[in-house]
Design a protein around this ligand. Structure first.
Ligand code: MN3
Length: 242
């Protein structure tokens, strides 16, 4: 999976001393900061994930997702999942793993399942939106091969979101055999988790929690889904394929 440009991880020592943040654009891995003087890094130093920035800002999609929804969703909901994930990792004494490695663990503790899922899912969601995106001919050929047509692919994706009872996510994933499929998970679960009905590598995720659309769409989740498909960054989705 292409993890580049996905997450920025800031590393903070937990001794009460905040070290200079290190931005790791090339990796999701929350390794301890490597100091020139290794003695400066306590052996017990835990690491934390940080909220990724939204490069296009909160006002990028006035016709699709209103600015207030964007701001609350990112600065409150996503920040909340991030904070609670960090607290849960510290409590469980888990460090030195990528978020993907964490989510693929056996017997995921509930707090890490919910908040780690929330951190990962929203990071993906922001990353694969854009004010203007188009599918490459290569990607169109791929979805035509795997779903029959571009229209069938988009309809299946919208159906996965609209048929999800309660809160959850709609996904496009890649199987080990490279084939794409669409699925849905409840709550903040995702297809990396061993509890999911169908595992796979997510390349696109759409949030269908009411907090993602309710201010603009109220109960019309289907309308939100039809519209959000028009602001997908297909180049980034394609780049996530292996
Ligand atoms: Mn959400």
């Amino acid at each position: 999976m292409n993890k580049r440009k996905f997450l920025k991880n800031t590393l903070i020592a937990t001794t009460g001393m905040t070290v200079t943040p290190t931005i790791l654009l090339s990796s999701c891995k929350n390794e301890p900061k490597k100091e020139e003087n290794m003695e400066a890094t306590p052996a017990s130093a835990a690491t934390t994930f940080t909220l990724p920035e939204i490069p296009y800002g909160y006002t990028a999609f006035p016709d699709t997702i209103d600015a207030m929804t964007m701001e609350i969703h990112h600065s409150k909901h996503h920040q909340g999942y991030t904070n609670k994930l960090n607290a849960a990792l510290e409590a469980a004494n888990i460090s030195g793993k990528t978020i993907e490695e964490i989510l693929m663990m056996d017997d995921l503790p509930t707090a890490i399942r919910n908040n780690g899922g929330g951190f990962y899912n929203h990071s993906l969601y922001w990353d694969i939106l854009t004010p203007g995106g188009a599918m490459s001919d290569t990607f169109k050929a791929k979805i035509t091969e795997d779903f029959g047509s571009e229209e069938a692919f988009k309809q299946q994706l919208a159906d996965a979101g609209s048929k999800r009872f309660g809160s959850g996510w709609a996904w496009v994933c890649q199987d080990a055999d490279k084939k794409l499929h669409i699925c849905s998970t409840p709550n903040q679960d995702n297809p990396l988790m061993k509890v999911s009905e169908r595992m796979g590598t997510p390349i696109l995720g759409i949030d269908v929690w009411e907090h993602a659309y309710y201010l603009k769409y109220q109960n019309k989740r289907g309308e939100y889904l039809q519209n959000i498909i028009n602001i997908i960054n297909w180049e980034k989705v394609e780049a996530r394929m292996s």
